[in-house]
Write a protein that binds this ligand. Sequence first.
Ligand code: NAD
Length: 476
Amino acid sequence: MQPVKEPGFRQSVDLMFNRAVALMDLPPGLEEKIRVCNATYTVRFGVRLRGQIQTFTGYRSVHSEHMEPVKGGIRYALSVNQNEVEALAALMTYKCALVEAPFGGSKGGLCIDPRDWDDHELEQITRRFAYELIKRDMINPAQNVPAPDMGTGEREMAWIADQYARMNTTDINSKACVTGKPLNAGGIAGRVEATGRGVQYALQEFFREPEDKKKAGLSGTLDGKRVIVQGLGNVGYHAALFLSTEDGARITGIVERDGALFNPEGLDVEAVREWINRHGGVTGYPEGQFVTDGASVMEEECDILIPAALEGVLNLENAERIQAPLIIEAANGPITAGADEILRRKGCVIIPDLFANAGGVTVSYFEWVKNLSHIRFGRMQRRQEEARHQLIVDELERLSADSGIGWQLSPGFKDKYLRGAGELELVRSGLDDTMRTAYQSMRAVWHARGDVEDLRTAAYLVAIDRVASSYRAKGL
Ligand code: NAD
């Protein structure tokens, strides 16, 4: 069979952008200004490893500087290339605008499979890559602030922060040069779980809207819903874990690099993750059916499909066979423009990436603010809040005793009510509020305009309109 030809990731993002701007009334010059990627820096650097000089290629792309700093993750994968980095940077611009994080869009990548290198080697490579970007201000608290993405995490962000501090010894805000750091290196509670948590909050908000559920042919709550997730990494793991342990969803399929697990009764996410950590994949996991052709499990019947691994996995080749009535794009660009059209035609509701995985950048925003203010969220208010709550509880208990009625506060109420919010509670509250507000802004356009068929177009419309206003305010 001839392989099906379809546009690459960069073109897919452009096509989706074009579909939205066709419904807007932007001056053509401004439209083009927003679409194009401002700059992409390619760096090739050598590191002496294993007795010889190894050369690595990396990118940092800045899509739009309508707000600064620009923001976007750094990805480590062999497949990294300029087009991919530019597509991801464009998505960051729209994502930040949609969730009102005051940043422009950027993204970075290094062509490397982190599994090929040990920890010490990875540190040397990361520090050298960071050095190249820092000396050109492509990592800088006021200009360009990276974060984790596929193949990177807290550890890499700590190395980058330390490298920046070494090169800028008098910058009091140096910690704000990168987000997603470990707590003890200036990070924030709740950043690791943030993107997966955001996926959960996004779905909760969707399920609060009867009309939206109806469009997907679904009803009720998340309780008992069958979920298939692709990629049990940072994003997929946290989303699947919270949906199953807190909302009662059933994770019936987990698709990984080496194959997939399928179990209509539901899989234990924590146990599967531990298995992957110990064995490097899902192969051999004892509970559930192992499927060698992992991707085919995404075609199984379910209520919600969560692609949370990489781009282009739902494409012209498999879109017709996808049965899920609701897809939430936890990964960036998992659905190609062609597949998007087929799925929409079939009536599938797609919660788009620029909204669905915005939890990461939202909590990164909180971390950046924390670093600039040099104080943990909640540190000033927490005990004062507890003291005021204590006053009410004491008064209620006094009234009950004095009146002789003998009222009792329900068990657990006192503990829950008295506890002031710490950083984690505040971060989760800020994230939940952000996801709900962004969903409502998207949905308002989806329902109000007869010419907007889907949430993705609605999301682009909201985002592009905000970027355009920002450019107009600058006199462009
Ligand atoms: P990760 O590296 O932690 O996890 C990726 C997972 O996908 C791994 O478990 C990997 O084994 C699996 N995987 C890789 N190739 C696969 C394949 N062909 N089939 C099935 N599984 C495969 O990465 P992550 O940080 O969870 O990022 C995943 C996606 O989410 C990416 O598209 C990324 O851009 C996006 N994203 C991440 C964040 C974040 O905060 N980490 C924020 C926004 C968006």
